[in-house]
Design a protein around this ligand. Structure first.
Ligand SMILES: Cc1cc2nc3c(=O)[nH]c(=O)nc-3n(C[C@H](O)[C@H](O)[C@H](O)COP(=O)(O)OP(=O)(O)OC[C@H]3O[C@@H](n4cnc5c(N)ncnc54)[C@H](O)[C@@H]3O)c2cc1C
Length: 421
């Protein structure tokens, strides 16, 4: 059996590996010319942890993880306004949390392709898929710049992220499925030894209204910056005009010397995109299936996109791997959607719920968040808050069914519904 996977992000790499381990022949097309080095710090918890352990990826992830001791909120003068003991909170919420840089996570998944028989999974970097077709006999893709060459397969897996071109061509335009959550997020990494030393092992976040800058020290004198800001234009993707660097400098002016310093060093084109979810009524059509952000982006507010990308791709591999004839493909893809859909939906609800406290709209909301974080130091309240923040998954974790934790300090203040399709 043969698969073409579009996108060598976390979801695509894991799906390709699991199918390769099951004996499938896999072409993995990635538009970047090499593994992407841009990224941000991610919390890794929830279903992906169990999946990574099961498929043998966890030790590779743990090996490149960072140790975060605390999450600290500071005001513009640099004074601490609230803090959260990371280890303690992780224990309360179920334990076993890794903090990873996105590119490290991707590189670990790429290295894990070594576990597959040589030749079964071929990764093509610099291969941007421009057209896809599917009928009852299989699927084909065309790679940009090579109109005479098409790759044919029994199954096409779209793992091409939140702005998926496979989704747009097979299921419909992005606007039908992408739901902006009213903010944008930017992320970049700078080399700054002084700041690196200042933030050692702490996630430092600004305690601010309508915008939030987060800084974390990396190895080799680097600092990872995450900047989230209110955006009501509804612009999706990279549609907003003007230089993203200049926009960030404008939006984040006056937040203190550390933020100003990273903005001085900000690259001209940092990652800068809408914070959004992808909500679809169905993820498979004929011989095409979507996985990861392409079909179920939960947004950074849920803090679980990478985790779900791994768990979803591993599950797809479990279900599709044993299929030995084209007849079995349709039922396998339908089963994947049936089993994985509710998990993604649950995480999306948690993500929407997190919106208010992640980015307070006014001072009373900011004060409430501060109060709640401080209250986590009180016995009894800590458990209550942990449960409020991480929701059902934490309850499952406490029953030994899963593990969870979240750096997003979220209260169940609002959960706007999103209707599927
Ligand atoms: C700022 C930020 C913070 C986050 N924090 C967290 C966190 O703390 N915890 C967490 O679990 N998740 C977090 N996430 C979410 C997480 O990063 C994503 O959910 C996850 O990376 C999705 O993986 P993916 O493989 O589905 O998609 P992607 O990582 O987007 O990969 C898609 C790949 O497809 C490639 N591609 C696209 N189009 C084509 C094409 N036409 N042809 C070939 N290749 C193509 C792209 O180049 C890319 O390599 C965060 C996200 C952001 C933006």
């Amino acid at each position: 059996m043969k698969a073409v996977v579009v996108g060598a992000g976390i979801a695509g790499l894991v799906a390709a590996r699991q199918l390769g381990l099951a004996g499938w022949d896999v072409e993995l097309c990635e538009k970047s010319s090499a593994p992407r080095s841009d990224g941000y710090m991610m919390d890794f918890f929830g279903p992906g942890v169990d999946a990574a352990e099961r498929i043998g990826l966890y030790p590779r992830l743990a090996a490149v993880s960072y140790h975060v001791e605390a999450v600290e909120y500071i005001d513009a003068a640099g004074y601490l306004t609230a803090s959260l003991d990371y280890d303690r909170f992780a224990r309360l919420a179920g334990g076993n949390v890794l903090s990873l840089l996105r590119p490290d996570m991707e590189r670990a998944a790429l290295a894990a392709l070594d576990d597959v028989d040589p030749g079964l999974v071929r990764v093509r970097y610099g291969a941007q898929v421009s057209r896809v077709w599917s009928d009852q006999d299989g699927a084909r893709v065309e790679v940009e710049g090579s109109p005479d060459v098409t790759l044919a397969a029994d199954v096409l897996i779209g793992a091409d992220g939140i702005h998926s071109g496979v989704r747009a061509q097979v299921f419909g335009p992005e606007g039908e499925y992408l739901h902006p959550l009213g903010m944008r997020a930017a992320a970049f990494i700078v080399t700054e030894p002084l700041l690196n030393g200042r933030f050692r092992n702490r996630f430092v976040l600004t305690d601010t209204v309508d915008r939030m800058a987060g800084l974390y020290n990396l190895r080799s004198d680097e600092v990872a910056a995450l900047m989230v800001y209110r955006d009501v234009t509804g612009a999706t993707g990279h549609e907003r005009s003007g230089s993203p660097r200049e926009r960030l400098r404008r939006e984040f002016a006056g937040l203190g010397d550390a933020v100003e310093r990273v903005l001085e060093l900000c690259p001209e084109h940092p990652y800068d995109d809408v914070v959004a979810q992808i909500v679809m009524p169905g993820w498979q059509k004929g011989r095409v299936v979507l996985v990861g952000d392409a079909c179920g982006a939960v947004s950074l507010l849920a803090g679980q996109g990478g985790s779900l990308a791994i768990a979803g791709a591993a599950l797809l591999g479990d279900i599709l791997g044993p299929v030995a004839s084209p007849k079995g493909i349709g039922p396998a893809l339908a089963e994947f959607e049936r089993r994985w859909g509710p998990v993604v939906e649950e995480a999306q609800i948690a993500g929407r719920r997190a919106a208010t406290s992640f980015l307070p709209r006014n001072r009373p909301q900011r004060f409430l968040r501060r109060w709640i974080i401080r209250a986590t130091h009180l016995p009894g309240i800590d458990r209550l808050v942990a449960r409020q923040i991480v929701g059902r998954i934490a309850k499952q974790a406490s029953r030994g069914q899963g593990r969870n934790q979240a750096k997003t300090i979220a209260l169940p203040l609002e959960t706007p519904p999103i209707h599927k399709g």
